[in-house]
Design a protein around this ligand. Structure first.
Ligand code: AHR
Length: 320
C-alpha cells in the first residue's frame, strides 16, 4: 500500500472514531408516535439498538398516537437540555411552536420517517422515504399486473393528516392516471393498524357485492393489508387471487402472507432511520457539518418472485 493510501486510511479511521466518540457523548430524546404497526415496533427497536451500539444515551417517549403527547415530550427534552431530538411526527401540521422552542434552545431536531408542513429551518434534517414514490411503485406494479383488464381498487389509507397517508395516495393516483381501466372505487382510513384495516375492509366487501366487484386492495401499510387479508378470507374469497393485495412496509407477516400466496406485492420501508440520523448528528456536533435537508431511504418492490419466506426470516431479529 502506498504511503498516501496509508495516510488516507488512517485519516478515515480517525474521522470515524472521532465521530463515534462525539456520538457517545450525546443524550438524544426520541419522541416516537406509538406502536400502531409492526414497522413502527421495528423502528423503535432498531433506534434503541443503534443508540446502544454508539454509546448514545437515548431518552424514549411513546406518544400513544397523540400529537399533544409528542409536544409534551419534546418540551420535556428541551427542559432537560438534551443534545438533540428525534421526532416521528404523527401528523404534518401543528409543529411550529414547539420546534421553534427547540431551535431557540439550540437543540437540533431530526425528523424520522414522516414530514411536517412548515419552515424547513425548524429541523436539521429529515430521514424518510420518498412516500410519493412508494405509492407510485405500488401503483406501477398494479398497472403492469392487470394490464388492460378492468380493475376496481379499494384503498386503505394511513392516519389522516400524516405525510405517508397524503403522499402514498398521491403517488398511487399518479401511477394509475391515464389507465382508465383502473379506478379507486372506495377509500377510507384504517389508521395504519391491523384491526382497523380488517374492519374497514369488511365494510368494503359488504358494499362491493361480497367482494366480487373488487379487483385489488391497496393498503398504505402492510399491517392494514394483513387485516384486509383476514377479512377477505372471512368473506370466503382468496386474497392474492380473487382480490390482489399490494401494500407498503415489507414486514415479516406480509412476506409470510406472500409466501402463502395471499399477498402480491409490498414496497419496503427500512426501519433503520436512526442510523443515518445519528451519523448526521455526530458530524454536526463534531465540526458543524450540515447534512442534506432530506436523507431519502430506498423504496424497493418485493413480489412472490423475491423469496418471501427468506425475507420474512431475515427480518425477524429487527423487532417487528
Ligand atoms: O411513517 C411510516 C409509516 O408509519 C409506516 O409505513 C407505517 O406502518 C407506520 O405506522
Amino acid at each position: 500500500m502506498s504511503i498516501l493510501k496509508k495516510l488516507a486510511l488512517a485519516a478515515g479511521i480517525a474521522t470515524a472514531l472521532s465521530s463515534a466518540a462525539m456520538a457517545a457523548d450525546m443524550t438524544v430524546g426520541f419522541s416516537q408516535i406509538g406502536s400502531e404497526s409492526g414497522w413502527r415496533a421495528a423502528e423503535t427497536s432498531v433506534t434503541k439498538q443503534q443508540a446502544e451500539s454508539r454509546g448514545i444515551n437515548l431518552k424514549f417517549a411513546d406518544a400513544q398516537q397523540k400529537q399533544e403527547n409528542q409536544i409534551k415530550a419534546i418540551r420535556g427534552f428541551i427542559a432537560q437540555g438534551v443534545d438533540a431530538i428525534l421526532v416521528a411526527p404523527v401528523v404534518a401540521t401543528g409543529w411550529e411552536d414547539v420546534l421553534s422552542e427547540a431551535k431557540e434552545a439550540k437543540i437540533p431536531v431530526v425528523l424520522l420517517d414522516r414530514g411536517i408542513d412548515g419552515p424547513q429551518d425548524l429541523y436539521l434534517t429529515s430521514v424518510a422515504s420518498d412516500q410519493v414514490k412508494e405509492g407510485k411503485v405500488a401503483g406501477d406494479w398494479l398497472v403492469g399486473t392487470v394490464k388492460d383488464k378492468d380493475c376496481r381498487v379499494v384503498e386503505l389509507q394511513g392516519t389522516v393528516g400524516s405525510t405517508p397517508a397524503i403522499n402514498r395516495k398521491k403517488g398511487f393516483e399518479e401511477a394509475i392516471a391515464g389507465h382508465s381501466n383502473i379506478s379507486i372505487v372506495r377509500s377510507q382510513t384504517g389508521d395504519f393498524t391491523r384491526s382497523k384495516g380488517k374492519e374497514v375492509m369488511e365494510g368494503f366487501l359488504k358494499a362491493e357485492n361480497g367482494g366480487k366487484n373488487i379487483c385489488a386492495v391497496y393498503a398504505h401499510n402492510d399491517d392494514m393489508a394483513v387485516g384486509a387479508i383476514q377479512a377477505i378470507k372471512d368473506a370466503g374469497l382468496k386474497p392474492g387471487t380473487d382480490i390482489l393485495v399490494v401494500s407498503i412496509d415489507g414486514v415479516p407477516d406480509l412476506f409470510s402472507a406472500m409466501a402463502a400466496g395471499e399477498a402480491n406485492a409490498t414496497v419496503e420501508l427500512t426501519p433503520n432511520m436512526a442510523g443515518p440520523a445519528f451519523d448526521a448528528l455526530a458530524a454536526y456536533k463534531k465540526d458543524g457539518t450540515v447534512p442534506p435537508k432530506f436523507i431519502i431511504t430506498e423504496s424497493k418492490l418485493y413480489t412472490p418472485a423475491d423469496d418471501p419466506k427468506g425475507e420474512a426470516e431475515r427480518r425477524k431479529s429487527l423487532g417487528y
